[in-house]
Design a protein around this ligand. Structure first.
Ligand code: HEC
Ligand code: HEC
Length: 452
């Protein structure tokens, strides 16, 4: 006999109460056994062929810092006028770029350059398009926060205000203490950038059809295979600057002997016939003032390149086809002022940008190859997504779409202060830094009835 709806409901209600009671008991037992955990070391889950990234000694990777960093990365409290976050210019669905030719800051100021992908930026020996002095992600984060030329997040002179704003928030009160348990006052700028740097370092991407093909677990179209052959050929020369597991010759990792630092001039401009690039985008020259550094930029990774248009340091090339034409011509020719000039005759151009001819089919092949470097898992990975989105499945700590008993136990431990909140923000949908009974019951419901 099928039970009437009333009976079914009261049964499941009874089941709920029992489940809650026993879970609370399990939680209490584990709490007595466990005690408060200190910072939990992060274990890299690297794609095949990827070496471990180099991590600064004074900022080891912990789960608590990464979770805090993810919140800060997406939090508009991190701009002077609270309109912008890192994520405004680095959007996950666009492989952490913004789709603009040049980025626009929180006050509307236009950045001279295009926002860069954060794909595998943990492996960058230098950061930004052409800054040999910017060597780690912690220092880099200070640039958008406090930089004034141009203004990005607009926090210069507002350090105290920023710290007060974050410290006023209850969830941050708990998460900063968890991330920096040794500090009497964890609310410091140094800790903010430590957390953000830790999160950004986890943005690793290596699950593409190209990778699956290379490791024998997937196929590629014959067009993409042929495009790869061309890419790695002495005819096109792409691999000299975009080689290696991250498709860039600018690379650092743990255990590497020498950082491979690379800046190259690809002949995009030649304003005066003597090689000039437009101010203030003269590349490495802006910093070193050495003539031979004119127009030299870091070769970006080509992973996820399909998602990061427009291209080049100033977003001046709209499509991948146009990028290929630029290289085929051995440099770009611009006919109209103010940037008129024959880039292929730029005296500082790399010897590897010589030009080549491609048939229509070959051109399509190279594009297909570049598109095989797209990692769809990366751009939809919940661990990298906006943590301010409403919680759809309370207690689903690992975003698996369901809540397990282990997750419920964790929720109870968090409620009792015996486990870091950082392990499961989804048990705190109201973001007050506490897991209360209502939130626990929400988790139990999701465990029993499934996620909505
Ligand atoms: C206004 C848009 C904007 C905001 C906001 C912004 N960025 Fe960027 N980001 C850029 C631009 C533009 C560049 C290239 C800068 C350059 O070359 O001068 C960049 C470069 C970077 C790089 C270097 C990437 C590489 O491959 O070298 C990292 C890392 C980065 N941003 C992280 C962040 C973080 C973390 C935040 C928040 C604290 C942030 N960005 C906020 C626009 C932005
Ligand atoms: C001499 C080194 C060098 C060679 C050879 C080279 N590149 Fe590049 N590549 C660069 C540099 C440097 C940049 C950035 C240039 C700039 O912004 O001014 C770049 C930019 C790009 C971009 C745009 C990246 C972005 O995020 O905006 C693409 C796509 C690209 N290259 C593809 C190729 C392909 C395909 C080939 C072979 C046909 C090739 N490159 C050959 C150094 C090189």
């Amino acid at each position: 006999v099928t039970p009437t709806p009333e009976v079914a409901r009261s049964r499941s209600r009874r089941r709920c109460v029992c489940a809650e009671a026993s879970l609370v008991a399990i939680g209490l037992l584990t709490l007595v056994a466990g005690g408060v955990a200190s910072a939990i070391e992060y274990e890299w889950d690297l794609p095949r062929g990827f070496p471990p990234p180099r991590v600064p000694e004074d900022n080891p990777m912990t789960i608590e810092k990464i979770v805090l960093g993810r919140l800060l990365f997406y939090d508009t409290r991190l701009s002077g006028n609270q309109t912008q976050a890192c994520a405004s210019c680095h959007r996950q669905e666009q492989a952490f770029t913004d789709g603009l030719d040049r980025a626009v800051g929180s006050t509307g100021e236009v950045h001279p350059r295009s926002s860069m992908t954060l794909t595998n930026v943990a492996y960058g020996p230098t950061l930004a398009w052409a800054n040999p002095l910017l060597r780690d992600l912690e220092t880099q984060a200070l640039v958008p926060m406090f930089g004034e030329e141009p203004v990005e997040l607009g926090l210069a002179g507002r350090e105290g205000e920023l710290l007060d704003r974050l410290a006023a928030h209850r969830r941050y009160q708990r998460l900063f203490v968890e991330a920096f348990p040794q500090d009497a006052d964890p609310f410091t700028i140094a800790n903010i950038v430590r957390a953000i740097g830790s999160f950004v370092r986890t943005l690793i991407s290596g699950n593409t059809s190209y990778d699956r093909f290379v490791f024998g677990t997937g196929t590629l179209s014959s067009s993409a295979i042929n495009g790869g052959r061309l890419f790695f050929s002495e005819r096109l020369e792409c691999f000299h600057c975009h080689g290696g597991f991250n498709f860039t010759g600018s690379i650092v990792f743990e255990g590497q002997r020498f950082d491979e630092i690379l800046f190259e001039n690809t002949g995009l401009y030649n304003l005066d016939g003597a090689g000039a690039y437009p101010i203030p985008n003269r590349g490495l020259f802006e910093i070193t003032r050495k003539p031979e550094d004119m127009g030299r930029f870091k070769p970006p990774t080509l992973r996820n390149i399909e998602l990061t248009a427009p291209y080049m340091h100033d977003g001046s090339i709209a499509t991948l086809e146009d990028v290929l034409d630029h290289y085929a011509a051995g440099g770009r020719t611009i006919h109209q002022d103010p940037f008129a000039g024959v880039g292929s005759e730029n005296p500082y151009k790399s010897i590897f940008v010589v030009g080549f001819r491609l048939s229509e089919q070959e051109r399509a092949d190279v594009i297909d190859f570049l598109k095989s470097l797209t990692d769809l898992e990366f751009v939809s990975n919940p661990a990298f997504s906006d943590p301010f989105e409403p919680v759809t499945c309370p207690g689903d700590c690992d975003d698996s779409g369901s809540v397990t008993v282990e997750e419920l136990v964790r929720g109870i431990q968090m409620a009792l202060g015996g486990s870091p909140l950082a392990l499961c923000l989804s048990f705190d949908p109201n973001a007050d830094g506490e897991v209360d009974v209502v939130e626990l019951v929400g988790g139990v419901r999701a465990a029993l009835d499934g996620c909505a």
